[in-house]
Design a protein around this ligand. Structure first.
Ligand SMILES: [Zn+2]
Length: 69
């Protein structure tokens, strides 16, 4: 089935037995377990950044968030 590639945000393919995630756009290939960890890790980082950003915006340029798109 199609899922979102965590790396390039294009369509990646998850095999029917949920064992492997493959992306043809960026040649990503990882197990589904790794994929879940990857997503969880990224979302944790993202909310951390948002927390920092809303908690203390002093000295931060708004452009710094763009790197995480
Ligand atoms: Zn990809």
């Amino acid at each position: 089935m199609k899922i979102k590639c965590p790396k390039c945000k294009e369509d990646a393919e998850l095999t029917m037995d949920f064992s492997l995630v493959k992306c043809n756009s960026c040649d990503l290939e990882m197990s589904y377990g790794e994929y879940v960890k990857f997503i969880a890790h990224n979302e944790t980082q993202y909310s951390d950044i948002l927390g920092d950003y809303t908690g203390s915006t002093e000295g931060q340029s708004s452009g710094s968030l763009d790197e995480w798109d």
